[in-house]
Design a protein around this ligand. Structure first.
Ligand code: MV4
Length: 445
């Protein structure tokens, strides 16, 4: 059993991990940057180690500093949270080579899913539908031309080492392909250290639906789906469980095909499988994430599975406490991400929080690490809280969420609260049939 857990992250997810660890009687160690010395995770952890200056590359991505803190503290496991080192296979390897437990999938699985073309090929071989596209890595423009002619325009160029929407280019014509291919390779090389690209048929009006898998290395279970189409520049702002768009029949087919593939792969810990779903409810695997995700609470609320606790128990060598026979999905959950940003321009709005209030109430969960008097540092992402509502129906969850947002008060920094409230009045959101284009291209307020 794990006795002492080092949390290599910050903010709300550091607190969320700490809560499950403490519930299990595990001591907690936090590592923090100079900019986070007055943070809530530092206050609440049993031990805290400063690992460097504010810049992520000097602290939360600084593997030697984190490993030193692990050694000094006597921690026997590391949880990476999301972002930072969470999907770094080399980090997972180093942790394991040091005799510590890495809380997450095996380094091999992190590596496999980090190569988006390998992941695509692997899923296809396991019977998961993928979009028409390249069979391997596209190295030369000639291969790109041939693939594009075969599958037809529009196509999308993606970086093999990319993911999460970074380094993608939509290509509508052969001329655009000629104009963009080399630049896309160069950009991929600059951003991800590899110029390798792959091609997929581009689907225009898609839903982004993902499936949460939990596995113990022997058996994997699909525990539920999430609708994640409400996003801007690949930052999700609202997530729901279950997806209000897909039918029960589509959902069941998606969960089943993912569960079979994940079991074949002998996945351990948590993995999320992302799909694009078109208007006819055809679904296509696009990528898999080998970390706990920001939006995990909506799945926790409808399934009653404590995802972090499961991660810790599985990593401790125990088995999943989740049993497929006992798994239930009841009701509906909606999460709104509160960002410290200008709601018009979306530019970050760091600074001091002079007054802060979050409501509670039936079916309301608030995951946050901010408090009155806290100064939001400018070095990290702008998400400062997640308000999640749970109800028997989507309507009920939405009403509860609207009331909770209206009762929220954050003074001192700009937030996206006004945008969220307007969004929840829009007919498109109310209908549940909104695509990834909605927030960026269709919503006016
Ligand atoms: C796509 C796509 C359409 N066709 N792939 C975005 C997140 C990343 N995981 C994959 N993403 C997409 N992949 C194919 N073949 C549409 C998206 C997409 C998107 C693309 C451009 C601009 C905004 C977008 C928002 C969500 C999803």
């Amino acid at each position: 059993m794990i006795k002492k857990l080092l949390i290599a992250n910050r903010g709300e997810i550091a607190l969320r991990i700490m809560a499950s660890a403490k519930e299990l009687g595990i001591k907690t160690v936090i590592v923090y940057s100079e900019a986070d010395k007055n943070s809530m995770p530092v206050q609440l952890a049993d031990e805290a180690y400063c690992i460097g200056p504010a810049s992520p590359s000097d602290s939360y991505l600084n593997i030697p500093a984190i490993m030193t803190a692990a050694e000094l503290s006597g921690a026997d496991a590391i949880h990476p949270g999301y972002g930072f080192l969470s999907e770094n296979a080399r980090f997972a390897e180093i942790v394991e080579a040091s005799g510590l437990v890495f809380i997450g999938p095996s380094p091999k699985h992190i590596q496999l899913m980090g190569n988006k073309q390998e992941a695509r090929k692997t899923m296809e071989s396991l019977g998961v539908p993928i979009l028409p596209g390249s069979n391997g890595v596209i190295k030369r423009i000639g291969d790109a031309r041939r693939t594009a002619e075969k599958i037809g325009y529009p196509i999308i160029l993606k970086a093999v080492a990319g993911g999460g929407g970074r380094g993608m280019r939509i290509i509508n014509t052969p001329v655009e392909l000629e104009e963009n291919f080399t630049t896309a390779q160069r950009e991929a090389y600059m951003a991800f250290g590899s110029p390798d690209l792959y091609i997929e048929k581009y689907i225009e009006r898609a839903h982004h639906v993902e499936v949460q898998v939990i596995g113990d290395g022997k058996k994997a279970i699909s525990i539920g789906d999430r609708e994640c189409s409400m996003q801007r520049r690949h930052q999700k702002i609202v997530e729901e469980a279950p997806s209000p768009f897909i039918s029960e029949e589509t959902r069941q087919r998606m969960l089943d095909v993912v569960e079979k593939a994940a079991t074949s792969l002998k996945l351990r810990s948590l993995v999320t499988f992302e799909f694009l779903v078109d208007q006819k409810e055809n679904f296509y695997f696009i990528e898999a994430n080998t970390r706990i995700q920001v939006e995990h609470p909506v799945t926790e609320l409808v399934t009653w599975v404590d995802l972090i606790k499961e991660q810790i128990l599985i990593a401790s060598g125990g088995k999943m406490t989740t049993k497929k026979e006992n798994l239930r999905r009841i009701g509906h959950a909606i999460e709104a991400r509160i960002n410290a940003e200008d709601p018009q321009t979306f530019s970050p709005s760091p600074g001091k929080i002079h007054f802060l209030f979050f409501p509670g109430g039936n079916g309301i969960r608030v995951d946050t690490a901010v408090f009155q008097g806290y100064e939001i540092p400018p070095y990290y992402d702008s998400m400062i809280a997640k308000i999640i509502a749970y109800g028997r129906t989507r309507r009920e969850a939405l009403r509860k969420l609207e009331v909770a947002l209206k009762h929220t008060s954050i003074v001192g920094v700009k937030t996206n609260l006004p945008l969220l409230l307007k969004l929840f009045e829009s007919p498109e959101f109310l209908s549940g049939n909104y695509t990834t284009r909605f927030l960026e291209e269709e919503f006016v307020w």
